[in-house]
Design a binder for this molecule. Structure first.
Ligand SMILES: [Zn+2]
Length: 268
């Protein structure tokens, strides 16, 4: 493919306008990440790089139907401020910033907008607002983390710790060993779970995430239901990221649960 540019910022206004007017662009992705401590050995840009990769690859598979907004590289990371260097914004500022980006896309004529998240701390703030934001914008606005799409059996079969995304341990170390091995500072690994990360595990886990995100976008464009509850994987089980309740093993038809105040949230 000669022109597979998917980032809006890589297009001229003329190119973007022409694609919109031709009806070529059907959906946009807004990646949300973080700049936060990732243990001793992973770089603080980790979550932003990860989610941007998933968004870009999924958009390429659906090119030219999907464009990707400039990634939001600072999220809600108040829980890691004890580790200096972490950057955070207040949750209400973060949500409103995300809203404004989505509003810009709506004003451009986008009718399908996926906020694709790569940082656990962003889930609770955005889940509180997403229904309101959808109503205000009057478009098909969805919020999912890229890991929501995983099959728990794959997670259990691939990771010794059976935990995903976890925080800077086996999963994230494994995937970064594929995406940018120079960003894994192997000499500084200081915890057993991270030490179990391998490139092979990363290779097994990246493709299903891209495929799952691609499927979300395809469904959105086709007008199909896509909502899945925010998930995390522990002990090989898929559980609700905010309430800790067990979830059915597969994503897809499950509706977003109304947000309850749960006892736990992954520090991811
Ligand atoms: Zn992370």
């Amino acid at each position: 493919m000669s022109d597979a540019r998917v980032f809006i910022g890589d297009l001229t206004r003329k190119e973007f306008r022409n694609r919109m007017q031709a009806g070529a662009i059907k959906a946009a992705v807004v990646p949300t990440g973080a700049t936060e401590q990732h243990n001793e050995h992973l770089e603080m840009v980790h979550d932003t790089l990860h989610v941007t990769h998933m968004a870009e690859q999924a958009a390429r598979r659906l090119h030219p139907q999907v464009v990707v907004a400039t990634p939001i590289g600072i999220g809600y990371s108040e829980h890691w401020m004890e580790h200096i260097g972490t950057l955070t914004v207040r949750s209400e500022i973060f949500c409103e910033y995300v809203f404004d980006v989505c509003h810009s896309l709506q004003r451009a004529g986008l009718e399908n907008i996926l906020i694709l998240n790569g940082h656990g701390g962003n889930v609770r703030p955005l889940m509180r607002r997403i229904d309101e934001y959808r109503d205000r914008l009057g478009v098909n606005l969805r919020f999912q983390s890229y890991w929501d799409v995983y099959d728990p059996d794959l997670v259990a079969a691939t990771l010794e710790n059976k935990r995903l995304p976890g925080h800077a341990d086996e999963y994230e170390t494994s995937t970064m060993l594929v995406l940018a091995p120079e960003r894994v500072h192997q000499m500084d690994i200081d915890n057993p779970a991270a030490a179990q990360g391998t490139r092979q595990k990363g290779e097994k886990l990246i493709e299903p995430a891209i495929a799952g995100v691609t499927e979300i976008l395809r469904k959105m464009i086709a007008g199909e239901e896509v909502d899945a509850p925010p998930a995390t994987f522990q002990e090989g089980r898929r559980i609700h990221m905010l309430t800790g309740e067990p979830l059915p093993p597969t994503t897809g038809e499950a509706r977003c649960h109304p947000l309850k105040t749960g006892p736990r949230q992954d520090r991811t």
